[in-house]
Ligand binder design. Structure first.
Ligand code: KG4
Ligand code: ZN
Length: 337
């Protein structure tokens, strides 16, 4: 018969995401975002996010089902992001997922947000060869992972940011350039009209680890912009954006390729909101090609937080026979891999 239909729920930050996946095929992907409510604060306000999830949860599930022409009783398993993320936001999704699983009499699968960012790629590019390396870059995390077997939860961290996440750096630099939140897309656009001529620092580039650091870069950009202001000179916004962006993506791509080499892996997956960045995609493509690495990057709409990624990982787990989670699993803001 048909492969099991998996309903995926994601509420770790400011997007209420619901996805429906059957046998590796994405049938629906619906999103309700509270990003506009956070924009005037320049960052996500946890209390506002949690309340918005509660209001959006049931309508977003209903929209996903109607988009796919399916009904609640067609669902065979429920997957949910159990962490990491904002505690109050996660709780709404986990509580909803438990309620759906219990009401429908189907198994519950609590999944890790980062593993789900990797899993979403399988919806576009098919099964992930194991082992692979994954670079996850978003507003909340910047990590390099070794992924021997995604479905079985074999995902181990090789390194991570020691301070700001890559997306956080984009958001902070955008703010100091007077651009709206979230800052990634406007910097990406502005950078296309500029040149990366300002030599901003590449922190940790040659330290031999798979860790990242972006807070010094953000400070360097702030100092450079301030110095311009003091000198009474205009800020070349496009060049600053391009130079900042080049510093970020140079280190991200160099360390990703180095991780592949160190572990003898020839597949790199990039995910997370920053994977939507056009320069990151282009430089990763060029460097992977030169190194004989196959690069897999989901389309931009699947890189940012969504329900499809949770349904994708849930579907992999269900089909691999991974046992379901107990109905009392906690939402964990610091869930380890
Ligand atoms: O994965 P995501 O939607 O949520 C988190 O889990 O954080 O990532 C959001 C982050 C934001 O910091 C946003 O500025 C960044 O991804 N982002 C980008 C681009 N689009 C989104 N950063 C650089 N270039 C982009 N085109
Ligand atoms: Zn994310």
């Amino acid at each position: 018969g048909d492969a099991p239909l998996v309903l995926g729920i994601e509420t770790s930050c400011d997007e209420t995401g619901v996805g429906l996946v059957r046998g590796g095929v994405l049938l629906a992907d619906t999103l309700a975002s509270s990003v506009d409510e956070h924009a005037r604060y320049g960052g996500v306000i946890p209390e506002i996010a949690a309340r918005a999830h509660l209001e959006a949860m049931v309508p977003t599930v209903d929209r996903a089902l109607s988009q796919a022409g399916l009904r609640h009783r067609d669902v065979d398993a429920v997957a949910v992001t159990a962490g990491p993320g904002l505690a109050g936001a996660l709780l709404v999704g986990v509580a909803a997922a438990k309620a759906y699983a219990l009401a429908l009499g189907v198994p519950l699968h609590g999944v890790h947000h980062l593993a789900a960012h990797v899993a979403v790629d399988t919806l576009e590019h098919g099964p992930l060869p194991g082992p692979s390396i994954a670079l996850l870059v978003s507003g909340g995390h910047s990590s390099l992972l070794l992924v021997p077997d995604l479905a079985r939860g074999e995902v181990s961290p090789l390194g991570a940011t020691v301070d700001d996440a890559a997306g956080e750096a984009y958001d902070k630099v955008a703010r100091l350039l007077g651009m709206p939140f979230p800052g990634g897309p406007p910097i990406d656009r502005a950078a296309r009209d500029g040149s990366p001529t300002i030599p901003f620092p590449r922190a940790k580039a040659a330290d031999g680890t798979f860790d990242f650091s972006f807070s010094g870069l953000k400070t360097a950009v702030a100092r450079w912009v301030e110095a311009r202001g003091r000198a009474g000179e205009p800020v070349p916004v496009a060049d600053v954006a391009a130079s900042f962006q080049e510093a970020v993506v140079d280190v991200l791509t160099a360390k990703s390729v180095a991780a592949c080499r160190a572990h003898g892996v020839d597949t790199l997956v990039i995910g997370g909101g920053v994977a939507a960045n056009s320069r990151l995609r282009a430089l990763a493509e060029a460097r992977c090609e030169a190194a004989g690495i196959t690069l897999r990057v989901p389309r931009p709409g699947l890189c940012t937080d969504n329900g499809a990624m949770v349904a994708a990982l849930g579907s992999l787990q269900v089909e691999a026979g991974v046992p379901p989670s107990p109905l009392d699993i906690p939402a964990s803001s610091t869930l380890p891999l």
